[in-house]
Design a protein around this ligand. Sequence first.
Ligand code: B12
Ligand code: SF4
Length: 330
Amino acid sequence: MKPGDGWEPMRLLKKAGFTHITFIDAMTNHIGDEELASRLAGLKPDVIGVTAITPSIYKAEKVLGIARDACPQAVRVLGGVHATFMYKQVLSEAPWVDVIVRGEGEEIFTHLVTAIAEGRWPQDRSQIKGLAFRDGEKIVATQAAPTVKDFDAVEADWSMLEWEKYIYVPLGVRVAIPNMARGCPFTCSFCSQWKFWRDYRVRDPKKVVDEIEKLVNEHQVGFFILADEEPTINRKKFIQFCEELIARGLPVGCEWIPDEELRAKPELVKSMSVSPPLGFGRVRLVRIAEVDLQPCGGTHVRNTSEIGAVRVAKIEKKSARTRRVVLEFA
Ligand code: B12
Ligand code: SF4
């Protein structure tokens, strides 16, 4: 797992009173099978949840196989995009998976864990929406659960992470993936995302910036990837998001590095068409708090709020994957 992967459900679980949660990131911590088995046996959990995208599905199935041997009393749950679509195949090839949570995990997982805690598992499982499980030789999928309607309330439980382990290598800073939107208004035939999230929902940009600010202040995160398929589709919200970020008044500072260091770190150059002035022995880098660091020889404000109010004038499509956001003074 990496920051963002599948753990929004944890926050809702805690809210529902299930506070005894342990998060194990076996991938990041290079935890081998034996060590994992002994940690699970020591924890004696009631429920074990694992996430997977397609490339990690066999590993995830194996982890739940280890869980079956290490703590057979626990209910073994698999969630995430692969199992959601491929539940028949997964339950056939890994019959030790007790149940699959299909789609958004927050509410379904809370209903499932509540049923387990109240002793209603497995007899009530067919009443819980959004599940798939084996019933003898049959594979049963219950009715699809509704999507999460109060998307603004969705915020990951970032306190569960050992932050020093989640580094965006090119910049050497901590990385997080806040959720800005779910779904997509388009329906490209090759894409799973609109089908997975179903309703297209965008969070209140102010709340996303609040979350980013908290991640910067509380966990010293320096790099963000927005979990959002196409942030510029909802222009109004994306513009609000940019304006809100600017309005937070993040400090702007300067640092100097030798020319050789910049040559060794080409990733610091973000604007392909403007190369930084080399040949003077050292290059000035401009740092905007933990948000940005790049070479620039021009004049700068000390704080983004000194710029005053700005608005996004237009968003130009420069290529299939690149947008230019043009700002102007309000
Ligand atoms: C940001 C991102 C990245 C980032 C960070 C990845 C990371 N590991 O965090 C980067 C750029 C590194 C990346 C890389 C890759 N990515 Co990517 N990525 C995304 C993106 C845009 C957002 C991920 C996210 O944070 N989503 C928000 C979280 C909350 O969603 P979620 O994890 O699915 O969890 C929800 C449910 O699935 C469920 N759930 C999930 N797990 C569990 C577990 C339990 C027990 C329960 C109950 C519920 C549950 O509940 C959650 C809340 O509702 C998604 C698309 C998307 N919008 O999700 C693609 C996506 C996950 N990536 C995808 C792919 C293919 C990859 C790569 C394999 C690409 C490649 N060829 O290299 C690599 C794999 C890297 C890796 N080892 O993880 C695909 C996976 C498709 C598939 N068939 O599985 C996706 C879905 C995009 C797509 N449609 O193509 N990715
Ligand atoms: S996320 Fe991208 S590829 Fe998928 S439906 Fe939307 S526009 Fe198409």
